[in-house]
Design a binder for this molecule. Structure first.
Ligand code: NAD
Ligand code: IPM
Ligand code: MN
Length: 368
């Protein structure tokens, strides 16, 4: 039988820098755990535009559909800011999500004990935090029609449309309820049903799916603006949060700061399971290409590394090995090893991206 396949798309900016550390970790699992993967690497985002004139070639898209998992670094950057909208780096990522039908984006925000002092919030508000944001990823205002910029009389008008069908809401709700059953059995659904019809439908459908299929899960509803406030005021009240594409984008960046740094947050984007029960899947850090620190060896690779841990768990049924990797990261943080983004007010000397990779590999060795 052939090895499971992984397509690596490092992308732009710090994407290749953090992905280089993941590649070392994939090799470690092959050498030390006999967990071998067939890995291929390709271009996405600005890097693909530079070579092919498009942010994702049809060939790369086709490979993404075939492999067992895609790992993506980050896309975008100032060099590409003035490109035509249709070929912007971000369009490559959005095409992957849409064509792979990755409707359920899991964005866990976990505060490691060693980092409780590094959040911009008080320690007791974040210590022990472990929440999961489930962001709908293939619909909503990101994809709704009509869209565009047109002229009305003398002025330009920008249009995007928030649109959700019942089935789109139902499937992401199910994925949130399923996850909640494996966690603390609690889901909070966020929308703005007070001002948006799509929000009213969202609330109704989530409630219906709950009543019919998941009555054992505790369900609450919250307006998303209040949700943002509550995430900062008392984040530990939440277990699973389910929300739409745009609110999920914003709320997950907000949740990132609860953990100390955006450089810590991994994500998994999952589709429906295939015949073998495996979902189509793409794993990527929540952060972007961080142009302000690109090429300086400052990027924190942990978000990308923890995204690979999610791949081990959700795509390769290797929950124990995923935990091994997460524990190695936890150990390194507990030992006080920090990249520059995790430097608290007490200072200290940051390690580089590669050095962070070195110590995580050493912690993996020590776990054997
Ligand atoms: P960003 O996430 O790239 O950076 C925000 C801030 O966080 C910056 O100060 C950056 O230095 C810091 N940061 C991010 N990741 C870090 C890491 N791993 N280690 C240390 N510090 C880190 O967001 P932005 O600046 O708004 O966007 C830059 C570009 O990235 C844009 O083109 C945007 O569209 C793109 N972007 C891509 C993705 C993605 O590929 N999934 C996500 C978000 C933004
Ligand atoms: C994210 C990013 C993307 C989004 C962009 C780069 C398309 O911000 O993954 O959080 O808006 O979904
Ligand atoms: Mn985002």
């Amino acid at each position: 039988m052939s090895n499971p396949s992984i397509l690596i798309l490092p992308g732009d900016g710090i994407g290749p820098e953090v992905m280089a550390q993941v590649t070392r970790i994939i090799d470690w699992f092959g050498d030390k755990r006999d967990l071998k993967f067939d890995v291929e690497t390709d271009l996405v985002g600005g890097a693909a535009y530079d070579k092919h004139g498009v942010p994702l070639s049809d060939e790369t898209m086709a490979r993404a559909m075939e492999v067992d998992a895609v790992l993506l670094g980050a896309v975008g950057g100032p060099k590409y800011d003035n490109l035509d909208f249709s070929v912007k780096p971000e369009r490559g990522l959005l095409r992957l999500r849409k064509e792979m039908d990755l409707f359920s984006n899991l964005r866990p925000a976990q505060c490691f004990d060693a980092l409780a002092d590094f959040s911009s919030l008080k320690k007791d508000i974040v210590s022990g935090l472990d929440i999961m944001i489930v962001r709908e990823l293939t619909s909503g205002v990101y994809f709704g029609e009509p869209r565009g910029i047109h002229k009305e009389g003398n002025e330009r008008v920008g249009v995007n449309t928030q649109r959700y069908t019942e089935s789109e809401i139902a499937r992401v709700a199910r994925s949130a309820f399923e996850l909640a059953r494996k966690r603390s059995n609690k889901v909070c659904s966020m929308e703005k049903a007070n001002v948006m019809e799509s929000g009213i439908l969202w609330r109704d459908v989530v409630q219906e799916i709950h009543d019919a299929e998941y009555p054992d899960v505790e369900l609450s509803h919250m307006y998303a603006d209040n949700g943002a406030m509550q995430l900062v005021r008392a984040p530990k009240q939440f277990d699973v949060i389910v929300t739409d594409n745009l609110f999920g984008d914003v709320l997950s960046d907000c949740a990132a700061m609860l953990t100390g740094s955006l450089g810590m947050l991994p994500s998994a984007s999952l589709g429906l399971p295939n015949a073998e029960g495996r979902p189509k899947a793409l794993y990527e850090p929540v952060h972007g290409s961080a142009p302000d620190i690109t090429g300086q060896g400052k990027a924190n690779p942990i978000a990308c590394i923890l995204s690979f841990a999610m791949a081990l768990r959700y795509s390769f049924d290797e929950g124990e090995e995923a935990t091994r990797l997460e524990k190695a990261v936890e150990k390194v943080l507990a030992d006080g090893v920090r990249t520059a983004d995790l430097m608290g007010p007490d200072g200290g000397t940051p390690v580089s991206t590669t050095e962070m990779g070195d110590v995580i590999l050493a912690a993996l060795d020590a776990s054997l």
